[in-house]
Design a protein around this ligand. Structure first.
Ligand SMILES: Cc1ncc(COP(=O)(O)O)c(C=O)c1O
Length: 238
């Protein structure tokens, strides 16, 4: 830091300029070592510059790490959220409950499928509460999209119970939450859902500023065979 003490009476212009860092402060530098660089070079040499065997390996490793039956790799979390809603059959005339505090793509994807995002407020801890979600449910509601904001796990048990009671799907925006846990289970794991009989997908982001990165990328996890099959189909549909 190069901030200098400025006399109390100095003009505001001077005060602002003297408190600016000389060096640029990066927001979130990725941790990239020789091993990662060697993998990229190996991929380029292999000829598989689109989805190939390494993506399959990544999906298998990720599903084992998270503890989910299926892991489906995508080019972004936004695409993952979009195909989750599509695979769930959400579209015109439907409503989806979204927290008011999130990145724009959580709500945008609802609009992209022709449905209506219904925003609910979050608490002081940035998490949606089951009470606020329940107050926003109408006969048109089809899904809830809790966001594990800044990696903090939402209280999922009451949300799953609520979803089961009202016959709603749950699409968890876990863009910030690779490795976050709830009740000792990783966010996105099958175990976290317990016995709740609901359709559920969790969606992660590997964008450059996230806690794990592939530069751009995303991953959907689910325990549901039919949903996984639909998402695999939809992701490659042009
Ligand atoms: C909460 C949240 N959801 C979704 C996204 C979208 O992620 P992606 O850039 O991988 O599409 C972001 C990105 O910052 C995010 O913060």
């Amino acid at each position: 830091m190069s901030a200098q003490l400025v006399p109390a009476g100095a003009p505001s212009q001077t005060r602002i300029r003297s408190n600016v860092r000389e060096e640029f402060l990066p927001f979130a530098l990725p941790s990239i070592g020789e091993e990662e660089i060697a993998e990229v070079v190996d991929s380029l040499r292999s000829g598989w510059v689109t989805t190939g065997p390494k993506v399959k390996r990544f999906e298998a490793d990720f599903s084992e790490y998270i503890g989910s039956r299926h892991a489906i790799a995508l080019n972004s979390c936004t695409a993952g959220l979009h195909i989750a809603l599509t695979a769930l059959g959400i579209g015109p005339g439907h409503e989806v409950i979204v927290p008011a505090l999130t990145f724009c793509s959580t709500a945008n994807v609802v609009v992209h499928v022709g449905a209506r995002p219904v925003l609910v407020d979050v608490g002081d801890d940035f998490k949606v509460t089951p009470e606020l979600i329940e107050s926003a449910i109408t006969p048109r509601t089809k899904a809830i999209m809790p966001v594990h904001y800044s990696g903090q796990a939402c209280d999922m048990d009451p949300i799953y119970q609520l979803a089961a009671r009202h016959g709603l799907a749950v699409v968890e925006d876990a863009a910030h939450a690779v490795g976050s846990t709830y009740r000792g289970c990783k966010i996105g794991s099958d175990a976290i859902q317990g016995s709740a009989d609901i359709k559920r997908v969790t969606v992660f982001s590997f964008y450059g500023t996230k806690n794990m990165t592939t530069a751009e990328g995303g991953m959907n996890t689910t325990a549901d065979d039919r949903l996984a099959e639909r998402m695999r189909l939809v992701k490659t549909r042009k």
